[in-house]
Design a protein around this ligand. Sequence first.
Ligand code: AHM
Ligand code: MG
Length: 334
Amino acid sequence: VGSEKINTDIVTLTRFLNEEQTKHKEATGDFTLLCHALQFSFKSIAYYIRRASLINLSGLAGSSNVTGDDQKKLDVIGNDIFIAAMRSSGRVRVLVSEEEEEAIVFDAKDARYAVLCDPIDGSSNLDAGVSVGTIFGIFKLPEGAKGTKEDLLKPGTELVSAGFTMYGASAQLVLTMKDGPVNGFTMDNALGEFILTHPDMQMPKHRGIYSVNEGNSKYWDEPVKEWVESLKQAEKPYSARYIGSMVADAYRTLLYGGIFAYPADKKSPKGKLRILYECAPMAMVFENAGGQAVNSKMARMMEVIPEQIHDRSGIFMGSYDEVQKVIDIHKKHG
Ligand code: AHM
Ligand code: MG
């Protein structure tokens, strides 16, 4: 390999965050510190997932979380890692985790951020070694906020940052800020650093791939049935791709285009995925990458306000034109 081919000026996440901070004159550095803590939790979770089969971390922990899912040992570890990282950052006032019934208020009175997270999403896939991920969203709180429910029951439009890390063949971090571009980083295990590999991700405007659990089709509403049927009967029928890990399905959809859906249906009238730490952060990433995200009422996902911290919603997110097709079919049904 000629040395001229080696990039000796790589942008690590740390460098990226420092450069972002200097662009914002009013920045205090608190957000940067919070991101460092986030980054550490992603690295640790990635490490334990890679080693799970070797150190007896497969299988159930023998408990279930608030939303009734059986917890895997790694769900518990991922949650503990995340909480410890957020607490020790000193910058987080309140944390909502899928694995915790109540929001956790930290004893950091001056901290101005609320963090929403699903520490290990798609954990039913864990023992098979299939990709899972961490999803996160961040709200900035007003001065003196006590971390009450009112600080959390806000729409995605209030997020200052959101993203996810997919633990796959490599760990991939996708990060966006309010109205900002979407940037993708790849974990270099040897360096122990996330490297900016996908700057300013823009998703394809359309692509013939749909991602939905069709096993639920019996419970779907008419417009959803009609929509999926229209994709299958298209002149060039769509391909079906469904991993069953939202983060992995979302990452593929961001890169290749297409649509991911988990509609509300007769079995789950409010949908399955949670607004604060699954739907809203993903919607922010997809919109900032040029796509769309709506709920089952075809309202903009970013504007949906949860009534409870663990509230669920139906979701359709993906390439602009692919989501528009869903909206148009729903409109026709009135
Ligand atoms: P989890 O948070 O309990 O892991 O559930 C969320 C996951 C998503 O990652 C995925 O898109 C969906 O549930 C799959 O659900 P289903 O098995 O019903 O298709
Ligand atoms: Mg989840």
